[in-house]
Design a protein around this ligand. Structure first.
Ligand code: NAD
Length: 286
């Protein structure tokens, strides 16, 4: 029975992931390298909740109750009695490995450790924990922004038990997520589908078939997407898009060859909304 949750890493993903559990009533420990960064994660959550109040989706009481469930800390020992821990730190194997080694020592025997990695093999990450915990190590790939996007890909490694997968799927459903079980392959399911589609969208523009604005209209009014693919790419950021393309290209070859358009955007510093421009110019909005 999962009662207490931990999230390591209070960055963009970690703060949002912790928010999902806190909102559903789970006591949630949110840790990072310093107390200041961990508290910063809680401030990000507060900003998300304030937006929810403005939109009339939640009440002030909901906000207070949610924030009361979040315990920011820089001490990983505070995770000792957590039943389920999601790691959402930088996408660097050695950093993740050292965190799993610490968690493995500190946590209860029954604690499940999950990684939010987007590109590192779950079986490889699981090699950092003790033999006894390898069946309780799993991938949980949340999507950004995690408090809004319902999909979570649940990725068992070679030694993950079915019991762990079932427990994690039940937990995710309890916090109103839609869990999909996928194999431990590069890009899992979502990124393979998304990147193949967006690379074709780039080709449509590159070949002069239609403009980015028109591709976005095709997505919205022909495919029923809530937003256009180029508008979405500007949100995810072209440095990240390019990075994932390169990983997929290395794994699967030609069908994921990185787009020259994305390379040009990255080279010119037009990384998307975060730099004020990408496929679209957001400076004009100000
Ligand atoms: N950004 C996305 O859209 C996205 C989507 C799905 C998955 N992911 C994955 O989620 C993970 C986190 O990505 P992010 O975008 O939130 O990164 P981020 O840079 O916003 O946050 C990473 C956090 O990890 C913390 N950190 C670094 N070393 C640490 C340590 N030793 N102990 C504790 N905390 C430490 C940093 O201080 C930072 O707050 C990555 O594995 C990434 O691949 C990202």
């Amino acid at each position: 029975m999962i009662k207490k949750v931990g999230v390591v890493g209070a960055g963009m993903m970690g703060a949002e992931i912790a928010l999902c559990f806190a909102r559903a009533g789970y006591h949630t420990v949110l840790s990072d390298m310093t107390q200041e960064i961990a508290e910063g994660g809680k401030l990000k959550q507060e900003a998300v909740l304030d937006k929810g109040i403005k939109k009339g989706k939640i009440t002030k009481e909901d906000k207070e109750a949610t924030l009361a469930n979040v315990y920011p800390t820089c001490d990983i020992n505070e995770m000792s009695d957590c039943d389920f821990i999601v790691e959402a730190v930088l996408e660097v194997f050695d950093i993740k490995k050292s965190i799993y080694e610490s968690l493995d020592k500190v946590c209860k025997e029954s604690t499940i450790i999950a990684s939010n990695t987007s590109s590192i093999s779950i079986s490889k990450l699981a090699s950092s924990v003790s033999e006894e915990r390898k069946d309780k190590f799993v991938g949980t790939h949340f999507n950004s922004p995690a408090s809004v996007m319902k999909l979570v890909e649940v990725v068992p490694g070679l030694l993950t038990s079915d019991e762990t997968v079932t427990q994690v799927i039940e937990l995710l459903e309890a916090v109103d997520k839609v869990a999909v079980r996928v194999k431990d392959v590069v890009g899992f399911g979502l990124n393979r589908l998304f990147h193949v589609m967006y690379l074709e969208a780039c080709r449509l523009v590159e070949e002069g078939v239609c403009t980015p604005e028109d591709v976005d209209k095709i997505c919205k009014y022909g495919l029923g997407h809530p937003m256009g693919i180029f508008a979405l790419l500007d949100i995810t950021g072209h440095d990240l898009n390019q990075n994932v393309d390169e990983i997929l290209f290395e794994a699967y070859g030609e069908r994921f060859r990185p787009s020259p358009q994305i390379t040009r955007l990255v080279d010119s510093g037009r990384l998307g909304r975060k730099t004020g421009a990408g496929f679209y110019d957001y400076n004009k909005e100000k």
